[in-house]
Design a protein around this ligand. Structure first.
Ligand code: ATP
Length: 235
């Protein structure tokens, strides 16, 4: 179980998160909806130790994450796939993937097994493993970003806008992969602008506005909610 309790975050004096409380149960796929600037990325950066929470508690399987370094958060099983992919474009696909395994660098056999799993999930990356990441299509680069996160061996995976800027067919593939990862047992917290597709594969969702949670509910309740449909689904 991943739990945020009254988490706050500031950029200077600007309060980006204002008492965020949310949770994802073991094996759940939970979606964070919200307009640009609502605070979704800040939630992820704070959970993954890239920003230090200015208040509150973030726990995974009863261990406190707030205050840990990013590498320690990965060691505890919580891994971020960041918005905008953040690949090293001049480095090969393989090297980008292996960066995700940095905290497990002592376990070469385990990393090879994990790499095979990533290649089974994304066969195209096996074919292109020696190519530079920057030479791949947007969708393939997103696969590298997800694959790199998987190399960190997540028990909870934080996915920030994985479908951003991708063509509809590729978006569909990305959502199918996320669903497969989740069905194989990984808890997923997914921030998405693509609200309909995200809700379809989610069990629950939270709606964030100006750093606060303004609504939460299970998939069907939110899919049927007029405000949600108008604001996020455009139907
Ligand atoms: P997006 O999908 O556009 O990334 P988001 O919901 O992820 O939106 P955040 O990136 O978390 O939103 O931003 C939350 C708020 O914090 C916004 O008002 C944003 O302008 C502000 N913010 C984000 N990063 C910084 C920063 N480094 N310095 C100052 N303010 C920031």
């Amino acid at each position: 179980m991943l739990t945020f309790e009254n988490v706050s975050q500031h950029y200077g004096s600007f309060r980006a998160l204002n008492g965020i409380s949310l949770h994802a149960k073991e094996g759940e796929l939970v979606v964070l909806l919200g307009a640009n600037g609502a605070g979704k990325s800040t939630i992820f950066l704070t959970a993954s130790g890239l920003l230090r929470a200015t208040g509150g508690s973030i726990r995974f399987r009863n261990q406190e994450l707030a205050g840990l370094k990013a590498s320690q958060v990965v060691e505890r099983g919580v891994v971020l796939c960041p918005e905008g992919r953040k690949l090293f474009p001049q480095m090969s696909v393989l090297k980008n993937l292996m960066l995700g395994a940095y905290v497990h660098r002592g376990d070469k056999a385990g990393n090879q097994r994990k790499l095979q799993e990533v290649f089974e999930l994304f066969p195209i990356l096996a074919e292109r493993r020696e190519q530079t990441a920057g030479s791949l299509s947007g969708g393939q680069q997103q696969m590298v970003a997800i694959g790199r996160a998987l190399m960190g061996r997540p028990q909870a995976l934080l996915l920030d806008e994985p479908s951003l800027g991708l063509a509809p067919l590729v978006v569909k593939q990305v959502f199918e992969v996320i669903q497969r990862i989740n069905r194989a047992g990984t808890t997923v917290l997914l921030a998405e602008q693509n609200a309909y597709a995200a809700l379809k594969i989610a069990s629950r969702a939270y709606v964030i506005e100006s750093g606060r949670i303004v609504m939460e509910g299970d998939r069907d309740t939110l899919l049927g909610n007029d405000t949600i449909r108008k604001a996020y689904i455009g139907a």
